[in-house]
Design a protein around this ligand. Structure first.
Ligand code: ZN
Length: 122
């Protein structure tokens, strides 16, 4: 018995042994090393191409995961997603500050709303 639609159409549903034999035949396809090699190769290629797409936007990790999980669909999603906004920087010391901070956590300089991202600072 082969694992194909012809065997599925001809299986005697009243005979559990026949149905079980067909199920066993079909699950043996999962044990094929060739199938796993193709799966692993496809995942690696997806991750590498995703990383190359992410390098431009500096979102390598996000795009590696998308490419590995979804393949070409992940690449398209990576290309469509916007690059994240750069974190705001302190005008005095140029260190990175959090959006919404009123004072720089590195030098204590007061941050104006526009320089700090303008969110949550009325
Ligand atoms: Zn500062």
């Amino acid at each position: 018995m082969n694992c194909d639609l012809q065997a599925l159409a001809n299986v005697d549903t009243a005979d559990p042994d026949q149905a079980m034999a067909l199920l066993q035949e079909c699950t043996q396809a999962l044990e094929s090393p060739e199938l796993w090699l193709w799966t692993i190769a496809f995942t690696i290629v997806g991750a590498v191409v995703g990383g190359l797409i992410g390098r431009r936007k500096k979102t390598v990790m996000r795009d590696v995961i998308l490419g590995a999980a979804l393949g070409p669909i992940g690449w398209i999603i990576s290309l469509c997603l916007p690059a994240p906004k750069p974190a705001p920087a302190c005008p005095a010391c140029k260190q990175e500050v959090a959006v919404g901070d009123r004072h720089c956590r590195h030098c204590g300089a007061a941050l104006t709303p526009s320089r700090a991202g303008g969110r949550g600072l009325g």
